[in-house]
Design a protein around this ligand. Structure first.
Ligand SMILES: *Cc1c(COP(=O)(O)O)cnc(C)c1O
Length: 376
């Protein structure tokens, strides 16, 4: 039986909603874009959210909003996707990479303060696997040093820190709806604005530097070029696709959680015997089951596992390579060793996780995983 790593979920109503868009207008900021925005303000009480063409785009908007200038420093975990750093690098920032925690891949909140200098403009946190970073500590550091906090919540829809939705705690947050995420529309993203001072400007950057949104609300009698910006907004076709998935958000989360719990229950004995470690969810965080991973003792053991599982036609995959060692950034990195980050880069492997992973498929996969771990 072939088990892929991911099968992008389809709600079944995508085409129906897209057809409705065709009968109106397919341009951005149309009926379904508004429906998505309303969904986020109702479900998560976001002050303002703007659909974007990707999470990368939403992060680029945050770099413009916090006005990153050449020479500014931004603290970012090294164990993350390129996009978390890219937006700020494009504006000329120097990236100061932070290490992960020893017990899970999120940024180590206790190692941030030592990295702050007079040039530090922002801390970008990444809620890896939808698990919350220790936000109280991070927000306190940021407040004392007067720096911004951006949440890369690409994987974190429907997950919470002490009851607060991820993405709603820092100055801005960003979601991804890439087809590998819990909720998807192929390519898509969301910018969440929490800091009042960015509310109006975000809308202008989003609409190519114009005050078009204010014009359509009747707040100004003509619209024109008032600021920098880009075409960050997606077509309403994308929004219609996305809305059909958002309607299923709680159901999707529930199904993924049951897969996650099954993995955990069945594989816990291998953690108890010391062969592997399973994901740790701190008590301050909820779990949206974006990912289920195993941690091996070294990279050879991990490769042995991936290869053995592949022989049974099941795909498991490792994840990020440390950004501070990347071809693009290693010569610009200050040389600090980031041991925990390297450990996750070398030893973490992700198991298949998708909405339709159940019944025979899940059972077959679990049996293969158990057999391989028993033989290791
Ligand atoms: C997926 C992902 C991104 C990029 O999202 P896009 O929508 O593909 O731009 C950024 N950061 C993290 C942590 C991600 O997982």
């Amino acid at each position: 039986m072939r088990i892929p790593f991911n099968k992008p979920h389809l709600s079944g109503r995508e085409l129906e909603y897209i057809t409705e868009v065709f009968e109106n207008s397919t341009a951005g900021n149309g009926i379904y874009t508004k429906k998505c925005h309303t969904f986020f303000s109702e479900k998560f009480k976001f002050k303002k959210s703007l659909l974007t063409t990707s999470c990368t785009d939403a992060l680029e908007m945050t770099a413009l909003l916090i006005d990153i200038q050449p020479g500014d420093e931004v603290i970012i975990p090294s164990y993350t996707f390129v996009s978390s750093a890219l937006a700020y690098v494009r504006q000329g920032a120097k990236i100061v990479f932070a290490d992960s925690r020893a017990d899970q891949p999120n940024i180590d909140e206790n190692k941030i303060e030592a990295l702050i200098t007079s040039k530090t403009k922002a801390i970008v946190v990444v809620h890896y696997a939808g698990v919350a970073c220790e936000m109280d500590t991070i927000m306190d550091i940021a407040k004392r040093h007067n720096i911004y906090v951006i949440e890369d919540a690409a994987q974190a829809i429907n997950s919470y820190y002490k009851g607060r939705p991820l993405g709603s705690i820092g100055d801005c947050g960003a979601y991804s709806f890439h087809e590998t995420k819990n909720i998807q529309c192929g390519e898509g993203g969301l910018l969440i604005i929490n800091n009042d001072k960015f509310l109006d400007r975000a809308e202008i950057l989003w609409e190519k530097g114009t005050n078009r949104a204010a014009f359509y609300r009747g707040e100004v009698d003509k619209y024109g070029w008032v600021d920098t910006g880009s075409s960050f907004l997606p077509s309403d076709i994308t929004a219609a696709f996305l809305f059909s998935q958002l309607e299923m958000l709680d159901e999707i989360t529930k199904v993924r959680l049951s897969i996650w719990d099954t993995y955990y229950d069945r594989l816990k004995r291998f953690q108890d015997s010391g062969l592997i470690k399973l994901p740790l969810i701190p008590e301050y965080s909820s779990n949206n089951a974006h990912m289920f991973y195993l941690l091996f003792k070294n990279t050879e053991k991990r490769q042995e596992f991936i290869d053995a599982l592949k022989e049974k036609e099941c795909l498991s995959v490792f994840h990020y390579l440390s950004l501070h060692k990347s071809e693009f950034y290693k010569s610009k990195h200050d040389g600090r060793k980031l041991e925990n980050c390297d450990y996750y880069a070398d030893c973490l492997v992700r198991l298949p996780m998708y909405f339709k992973l159940y019944g025979e498929e899940l059972e077959y996969l679990l049996e293969q995983v158990e057999n391989i771990l028993e033989s290791m």
